[in-house]
Ligand binder design. Structure first.
Ligand SMILES: Nc1ncnc2c1ncn2[C@@H]1O[C@H](COP(=O)(O)OP(=O)(O)O)[C@@H](O)[C@H]1O
Ligand SMILES: O=P(O)(O)OC[C@H]1O[C@](O)(COP(=O)(O)O)[C@@H](O)[C@@H]1O
Ligand SMILES: [Mg+2]
Length: 327
């Protein structure tokens, strides 16, 4: 195996608060181990174009507290083609890069895994996405900050909902994962939480809202994951509720991309720092095609083959708690 002397790092897919802290940790772990570090701009797109920049310890100053990613991120259609990946490999070879750290989400790891096996190129992943939808790690970088952003927003919505006796439907992100909706929903005291993993059905939703009204609740918050299962978008759902339960005055708030920005929480900064150092350690141990995960608060290498499996479970205990505390 070739000794690792130069590592490249990139951020890919949807950005997440804490990505900068992860890049910083990778760069500084390289400096600590006397290895060169190269930043790749715009994820796999910049890899294909050879958009690289040498980074040293001072290049990543004043970044630990900043949201977004200073290396920028992208979703690259070209990297999905064999020609695109071949071009990326040429660029890495041309710059004498020995290994790559990919900071991104599930999609980025599918691409990284294919690339690593096609070219036998050492790659280690760092999970960063607000969605928390990656098997093999208890938490992804950015998720904690996004939860706090959602809870803060819903707290504000609660003030106005209560003043006007209204029902608010609040849409949150999460692609196909209900983690943000379920946890922020519990944290913000939502009346109902609609997640993609569970279809509660329109009838049960109406029954529940009807019960709430009769139990004396004057205002309510329903947190709806962006891919709810009820077959209606959030605006259609609002009209459906108003038609069937005319006693409710309904308003809709779509939180959107504010969930992806902002100052990373302390938890995300610490997680990003641990996983960044762990990624460089992992490459220096000779590992390849693994993601650094956090499992029971310990940093752990998880093979890409285990995390790209298409299964997701939602914690039934959380659903039960949400039901009980919204009575
Ligand atoms: N099957 C694949 N083959 C090659 N590259 C892929 C594949 N799936 C995803 N990627 C790459 O990973 C990028 C990021 O994936 P995406 O799902 O958009 O975000 P995330 O990594 O945050 O889940 C894609 O734009 C693409 O370049
Ligand atoms: O930024 P875009 O392209 O609008 O994509 C929105 C999607 O990105 C996310 O914010 C993050 O997802 P990824 O980390 O997989 O990119 C999802 O919650 C959302 O469905
Ligand atoms: Mg994803």
């Amino acid at each position: 195996m070739k000794e690792i002397q130069k590592i490249a790092v990139l951020t890919s897919g949807g950005d997440a608060p804490g990505m900068n802290a992860a890049i910083r940790a990778v760069v500084r772990a390289c400096v600590y181990n006397e290895i060169q570090c190269v930043g790749v701009y715009r994820g796999f797109a910049g890899l294909i174009e050879g958009d690289f920049k040498e980074l040293d310890a001072r290049s990543v100053k004043n970044l630990i507290n900043r949201g977004g990613t200073f290396l920028k991120s992208a979703r690259s259609k070209e990297f999905i083609t064999p020609e695109g990946r071949q071009q990326a490999w040429e660029m890495l070879k041309q710059d004498n890069i020995d290994a790559l750290v990919v900071i991104g989400g599930d999609g980025s790891f599918v691409g990284a895994s294919i690339f690593a096996s096609e070219f036998g190129f050492p790659i280690v992943g760092i999970p960063a996405t607000i969605d928390n939808d990656i098997n093999g790690t208890d938490y992804t970088i950015g998720y904690d900050t996004a939860l706090n952003t959602v809870v803060d927003a819903v707290d504000k919505i609660r003030d106005t909902a209560n003043s006007h006796n209204r029902l608010f439907l609040v849409e949150v992100m999460g692609r196909d994962a209900g983690d943000i909706a379920l946890n922020a929903g519990i944290g913000a005291g939502a009346e109902e939480i609609l997640i993609p993993e569970q279809n509660m059905g329109l009838e049960r939703l109406l029954e529940s809202l009807d019960r709430s009204k009769k139990s004396g609740k004057s205002s309510s918050i329903v947190v709806v994951s962006e891919r709810g299962q009820l077959g209606k978008n959030i605006f259609e759902l609002a009209s459906y509720i108003e038609t069937n339960l005319p006693e409710y005055e309904v308003r809709v708030t779509v939180l959107g991309h504010i969930q992806r920005g902002g100052v990373p929480s302390c938890y995300d900064r610490v997680l990003a720092s641990r996983l960044g150092v762990g990624a460089v350690d992992s490459l220096l141990r000779g590992e390849n095609s693994v993601m650094m995960g956090i499992v029971h608060n310990k940093v752990k290498s998880v093979p890409f083959s285990d995390i790209t499996l298409d299964f997701r479970t939602i914690d039934e205990e959380l659903i039960r708690v949400a039901d009980i505390i919204s009575i």
